[in-house]
Design a protein around this ligand. Structure first.
Ligand code: TYD
Length: 340
């Protein structure tokens, strides 16, 4: 198979590219990535010279580049390209709308013109919004809360409209929160591990009792691979691994792995519009024949160890200047926008 992957220098995209090239010795990948702040060539250092891998620097919103690449008739397009950090979308929604919605539209349009035979769009559980009890099914109404999740919901609805209106063979995946190697240190797990390794505090928003359902990134990659080969077109598939934890539980786990105590926690002002709980019903994907394989605690231990061993990867990404700006604006410890 020849795959066109977008956003392949980011966290999930780069893990997916490595996963696919290792698993299928005859697959070839073109990676289109704009190289924004969260993209990193280091994420694919080990495979960058593979004859089955090529990189193109470009924006999914750039019609010319996209049309050129799509007209080569890849067997599938898999769109990982997106700005994904909720806190950043709260400060500046612009780039989220531009890339996550308009960029996806450019991709869809090119795929339609070139009659591409499979278009996998990577969505998120955040499109459904918060749920107090029970779990969202794929058929539930989308009710996103942040500019980020709204942009992702808009994109998945647009993609589905291309299936309904133009018969474009679209499949949507919506996964729960990912963790693992090469995650930009702005998300809960990667930020907290790296903060604690630097002897800084772990900034817990509000009461820390918000619930997220965590999946190891390689499980998500395996699920996307499974859906690429076995998913039914026009369908949405939820992907999760049944690891619902409060943010405080996650924080305590990390503290424990790093032999720190609770004095390293800093309770900070809550995120505006903060979703209380995400939860996915994954029976549809299970019935299709896929299930996660990684044990949560083992995957967490592996992840903590990876950040311990790879400070040369994450240290340059953590700039104090931006952190200060963000703290002033929102009183939290998340990494802020690069342009400030
Ligand atoms: P995050 O990793 O940003 O993912 P998302 O908001 O997309 O689920 O955040 C996960 C949870 O952790 C969320 O409830 C917000 C919380 N959080 C903190 O408490 N402190 C932080 O510094 C960050 C980045 C997140």
């Amino acid at each position: 198979m020849n795959l066109l992957i977008t956003g392949g220098l980011g966290f999930i995209g780069s893990n997916f590219i490595r996963y696919i090239l290792n698993k299928y010795p005859d697959y070839r990948i073109i990676n289109l990535d704009i190289v924004s702040y969260c993209a990193n060539f280091e994420n694919l250092r080990d495979i960058k010279n593979s004859p089955r891998y090529s990189f193109v620097k470009g924006d999914i919103g750039d019609k010319k580049i996209v049309e050129q690449l799509v007209s080569r008739q890849p067997d599938a397009i898999i769109n990982f390209a997106a700005f994904s950090h909720v806190d950043r979308s709260i400060i500046d929604p612009d780039e989220f709308l531009r890339t996550n919605i308009l960029g996806v539209h450019v991709l869809l349009e090119a795929a339609r013109q070139c009659k591409i035979s499979r278009f996998i769009h990577i969505g998120t559980d955040e499109e459904y919004g918060s749920i107090e009890s029970g779990s969202f099914k794929e058929s539930d109404i989308l009710n996103p809360s942040s500019p980020y999740s709204s942009s992702k919901a808009a994109a998945s609805l647009l993609a589905l409209s291309y299936f309904k209106t133009y018969d474009l063979p679209v499949i949507i995946t919506r996964s729960s929160n990912n963790f693992g190697q090469f995650q930009y240190p702005e998300k809960l797990i990667s930020l907290f591990i790296t903060n604690l390794l630097e002897n800084k505090k772990a900034p817990v928003y509000g009461d820390g009792l918000q619930v997220r359902d965590w999946i190891f990134v390689l499980d998500n990659c395996a699920a996307i691979d499974y859906i690429l080969h076995h998913g039914r077109i026009g369908e949405v598939y939820n992907i999760a691994a049944a690891n619902e934890k409060t943010n405080l539980e996650i924080t305590r786990l990390i503290l424990n792995y790093l032999n720190k105590d609770e004095s390293s926690i800093e309770f900070v002002k809550d995120r505006p519009g903060h979703d209380r709980r995400y939860s996915l019903d994954c029976s549809k994907l299970r019935n299709l024949g896929w299930q996660p394989k990684y044990d949560f605690s083992e995957a967490m231990a592996k992840t903590v160890q990876w950040y311990k061993n790879n400070s040369q990867w994450w240290q340059p990404l953590k700039s104090g200047k931006y952190l200060e700006y963000y703290r002033k604006q929102y009183g939290t410890g998340a990494a802020p926008l690069e342009q400030f």
